[in-house]
Design a protein around this ligand. Structure first.
Ligand code: GRG
Length: 293
C-alpha cells in the first residue's frame, strides 16, 4: 500500500477528488432550483450543504475505470447522492436516531419539522429513480440492470433491512455476526451498488462488475468501521448507549486491524482484473484508512 499512500498524498489525487465533488454539487444544484417552495428549499439544505460525495465519486470512478465517460454516469451519481441524503434525513428523525445535528448543522427536522423532513426524504428518493431512468447515451438494458440492482441494495436485504436490524438491536442486543450483518446491509450494500451502477453505465463486462462489486462491498464495510472509530473517538471510547458500534464489540485495536484487512482485500479484488489505473480506487481505500485516526 506504499503506492496507494503515495496516491492520497499526491496533489493530483486531491485535486481530482475535489473536482469530482464540485462536478456532483453543481449537477445536484440544477435538479432542485431555488425559489421553488418550502419542500424544495428543505431538500436543497439536505443535499447541497456539504458531504464528501463518496458514493457519487465511486460511481464516476468505476465508470471511467471500465472505459466509460463521466457524462454517462453523472445522472446515476446524482441519483445516488439524493438517496444517500434521504437516508441521512430519515436516520436523524426522532423515530430513528433522534439526532440534533448532522455535520455540525441542525438536523433537517429541527429546522423544518418532522413532516417536511419525511417528505423531503420521500421526494429525494423518487426524484433519484426518475433521474436514473432518464439516463441518456447508455443502452436501456444497462439502465434497467442499474435500477434493479439499486432496488435490491435499498430494500429488505439492503439499507432498509440493515436500518431495521440496527434499530431492533438497540433493544434486542447485538452479536459480532449480527453487527457484520448490519454493516453489510446498512452501509456496504450502498457502496457496492454505487460502484456497480457506475460500471454498468461505463459498459463493464461481467468480470469487471464482479470485481468492482467486491471492492465496493469491502470498502463499504471498512468505511462503516472507520465511522464507528470516529464515533468512539468523539465519545472518548465510551459510545454511550450505542450498542451497534464495532469498537464497542472489538475494541479500537480490533477495529483498526479489521479495517486494514478489509482495505487490503478491497485493493486485491481489482488488482488482477483488466481496467484502468487502480491508483485512484486504491487511493480511496487509503482515505478511509486515514480518516479513522
Ligand atoms: C433507502 C428505502 C430506503 C430506506 C432508508 C434510514 C435508512 C433506511 C437507512 C439509514 C442508513 C444509514 C444512516 C447508514 C449510515 C451510513 C453512513 C456511514 C453514513 C455517513 O456517510 P458519509 O460519511 O456522509 O459518507 P456525508 O455527510 O459525507 O455525505
Amino acid at each position: 500500500s506504499a503506492r496507494a499512500h503515495e496516491a492520497t498524498s499526491s496533489i493530483d489525487f486531491r485535486r481530482r477528488l475535489h473536482e469530482r465533488q464540485q462536478l456532483v454539487a453543481r449537477a445536484l444544484d440544477e435538479h432542485f432550483p431555488p425559489g421553488a417552495g418550502h419542500l424544495t428549499a428543505a431538500i436543497r439544505e439536505a443535499l447541497l450543504a456539504d458531504g464528501k460525495r463518496l458514493r457519487p465519486i465511486l460511481c464516476l470512478e468505476a465508470c471511467e475505470w471500465v472505459g466509460g465517460s463521466v457524462k454517462a454516469a453523472l445522472p446515476a451519481a446524482c441519483a445516488l447522492e439524493m438517496i444517500h441524503k434521504m437516508t441521512l434525513v430519515h436516520d436523524d428523525l426522532p423515530a430513528m436516531d433522534d439526532a440534533e445535528t448532522r455535520n455540525g448543522r441542525p438536523a433537517l427536522h429541527k429546522v423544518h419539522g418532522e413532516a417536511l423532513a419525511i417528505l423531503a426524504g420521500d421526494a429525494l428518493l423518487v426524484h433519484a429513480f426518475g433521474l436514473l431512468a432518464s439516463t441518456r447515451g447508455v443502452p436501456a438494458e444497462r439502465v434497467t440492470v442499474a435500477i434493479r440492482r439499486l432496488c435490491q441494495a435499498l430494500g429488505t436485504t439492503g439499507l432498509a433491512g440493515g436500518q431495521a436490524l440496527d434499530v431492533l438491536s438497540q433493544t434486542e442486543g447485538v452479536t459480532p455476526e449480527k453487527l457484520d450483518h448490519v454493516h453489510t446491509w446498512k452501509t456496504a450494500s450502498f457502496f457496492e451498488v454505487a460502484i456497480v451502477i457506475g460500471a454498468e453505465m461505463g459498459g463493464a463486462d461481467a468480470s469487471q462488475v464482479e470485481a468492482l462489486a467486491r471492492y465496493g462491498m469491502l470498502l463499504g464495510r471498512a468505511f462503516q468501521i472507520s465511522d464507528d472509530l470516529l464515533d468512539a473517538r468523539d465519545e472518548k471510547g465510551k459510545v454511550e448507549g450505542e450498542v451497534t458500534n464495532y469498537v464497542q464489540l472489538h475494541g479500537v485495536e480490533g477495529a483498526r486491524r479489521k479495517l486494514r484487512e478489509l482495505l487490503n482485500q478491497a485493493v486485491s479484488s481489482i488488482a488482477s482484473v483488466k481496467g484502468g489505473d487502480i491508483q485512484l480506487l486504491a487511493g480511496i481505500t487509503e482515505l478511509v484508512w486515514e480518516r479513522s485516526w
